[in-house]
Write a protein that binds this ligand. Structure first.
Ligand code: ADP
Length: 229
């Protein structure tokens, strides 16, 4: 099976003043193309830091990260950004929509910036897919949390990513709305083969993925395949 993400011997230390805090140590794991993969662990165990490193948003102190066949340390900043634009999608707990743009624009503007000619029609199609065809002209403040997260999903899907990183995608949603978002994510994985790497506190959600990586104190506690694989 092809690996879309390979992490080997990762270490990350934050420096603040004279203090050094090692937040990730001795991290090695692999994610297969098309896999659903979750990262769980207590608050402060290094999950968000790890996701940022995997996506090339930050650099490790040591170790090797291979994403979509590229060794990230061999890429310059522009090449890394291009790889992200082409291959990677992101979803965050707090949605991170631009408040001054409508739902449609939140999806279409990034597409335009990437040079898509049919940005508006594609954005509309994506919003329809997540059940928001009737909310395209609404601003984020006029949408519920669940609706905002679905706009964020539409935006994350828009570049047809090979891999989607989601940091607590249901963290701010009630159970029913969270379930809708999970369904959309799992559907994307099934229909488009998008690899999902999801940070979650929700062990029921983790149990629905194929692999669960458990972190504690910046180290891997377990890395287990679930019966779904
Ligand atoms: P989790 O996502 O599991 O809650 P994080 O990756 O957010 O964990 O944080 C891991 C540790 O790294 C925490 O102790 C946090 O305070 C620390 N940390 C995270 N980001 C920074 C930063 N930019 N500078 C210094 N320390 C940080």
């Amino acid at each position: 099976m092809a690996k879309i993400l390979k992490i080997n011997g990762l270490e990350k230390t934050y420096t603040s003043g004279s203090k050094q805090l090692t937040v990730l140590q001795n991290i090695s794991f692999e994610v297969e193309k098309g896999q659903t993969f979750s990262i769980v662990g207590p608050s402060g165990s290094g999950k968000t830091t790890l996701l940022g490193l995997c996506a090339g948003l930050d650099e490790p102190n040591s170790g090797v990260i291979e994403l979509c066949g590229y060794t990230l340390s061999n890429l310059n900043e522009d090449e890394c950004a291009e790889l992200r634009n082409k291959e990677v999608g992101f979803i965050f707990q707090n949605f991170q929509l631009l408040p001054t743009l409508t739902a449609l624009e939140n999806v279409s503007v990034p597409l335009e910036l990437q040079g898509a000619k049919d940005a508006a029609s594609r954005a509309k199609e994506l919003l329809e897919k997540v059940g928001l065809g009737n909310r395209t002209q609404h601003y984020p403040s006029q949408l519920s949390g669940g609706e905002q997260q679905r706009v964020a999903l539409a935006r994350a899907f828009s570049n047809r990513p090979s891999i989607l990183f989601a940091d607590e995608p249901t963290g701010n949603l009630d159970e029913e709305t969270g379930e809708k978002v999970i369904q959309l994510l799992l559907e994307l994985n099934k229909d488009a083969g998008t690899t999902l790497v999801i940070i979650t506190h929700d062990l029921d959600l983790a149990a629905r993925t194929q692999q669960i990586l458990r972190l504690k104190g910046g180290q891997i506690l377990t890395n287990e395949t679930t019966p779904n694989s």
